[in-house]
Design a protein around this ligand. Sequence first.
Ligand code: ADP
Ligand code: ASP
Ligand code: MG
Length: 403
Amino acid sequence: MKTVVLKFGGTSVGSVDRIKKVANIIISYVKKRYKVIVVTSAMSGTTNDLVKKSKKISNNFISSEYDVLVSSGEQISCALIAGRLNHLGYRSQSWMGWQVPILTDGNHGSSRISKINKKKINKFLQSRGIPIIAGFQGVNLNNRITTLGRGGSDASAVMFAKFFKAQKCIIYTDVDGVYTTDPNILKKAKKIKVISYEEMLEMASLGAKVMQPTSLQDARLNRIDVDVKSSFTNKEGTLITKRKNIFNKKTIAGLTSTKNDAKVTLLGVKDKPGMAASIFKPLSKNYVNIDMVVQTSSGNKRETDITFTIQLDDLSTTLKLIKQNKKIKYRDLIVNKNVSKVSIIGVGMITTPGVTYRMFQTLANKEINILVISTSEIKISVLIEKKFVKKAISALHKEFKLD
Ligand code: ADP
Ligand code: ASP
Ligand code: MG
């Protein structure tokens, strides 16, 4: 018998009615004679509420207890799914991360699955049981509950597919696949039938929330094909797979935008070796992730301006660290919270000249000013004012023939 991993996201298990529908989807695979492993997220909104509560208790909530708190939503959805399957006459049982156990490495809040103990789950599968696994959580070497970063039940699903050598890993969500850009932002977005791990990883890292970036790294590393489908309709979804399985490539596979960036500019920084390192060292020590960076030299060559972007959540820490930093001097510090990073992604740009120019010209035609630029082999990102995001996405979607 072949094994399938089915992962259900928050909206898919967002109400009792939705959970009843999910149970029917699960049963349809049992009837097709699959061994089914279910991974579930918390009911939509639950994890956000728990995060909010932690912030009200403390703006520096201890990370080990944060994980105990925010992982609790998955326990509810697991039990409801297992309960519904039992009600319908199917043997099913819920499993929290520590019960499996799902072992993790790394820090609280952003752990990664290192190993899944297969013994108990295999025994349950052999007895024709349907295990319902709490996504997003695991347990560390100290036997404490850990979580895998927001959206982390995608990673749980991919790792179950790896350890149980599943034939399929299906991510059920609230859209019927991966689109050329977020279909909730641009109505003209088109569903992508097949996309490579590399492109999907870039899209996810650059703001396409539909899959968690870590889960795509795991899928790519372990060569696991992932299907993204809707639990609301029965349409064909998107297959995420190896690049060589894909033909007929467009230059650009998709576009993304971000919601939570902040731009920080230090004006009049002394232009001497080691200055940038002095600015960024305390930030890196405090786990502040720097995204885009640009340094401009001023006319007199004695001063420069340094601009960088970070996650909005890290802004207060960043400002505190910069103001405390005795090793740096600057004339002024400017913060802009109304920015968004818009990116175009596609392996096709490696072999197609002129993509950068076309992107910049398209934005210029719409009178959208570019604040910062960053590029890699398969993506170009620009930072723009948030109010222009829709306009930019729409114009670029058209320019790169994705409409
Ligand atoms: P789940 O709760 O099922 O994990 P998420 O909310 O994490 O679902 O991800 C699904 C959402 O991702 C969609 O509702 C959509 O708004 C958003 N999204 C962003 N970019 C894309 C894209 N390129 N294709 C499809 N969905 C996208
Ligand atoms: N419930 C968790 C979250 O909201 C994990 C997930 O949805 O994948 O981040
Ligand atoms: Mg998600």
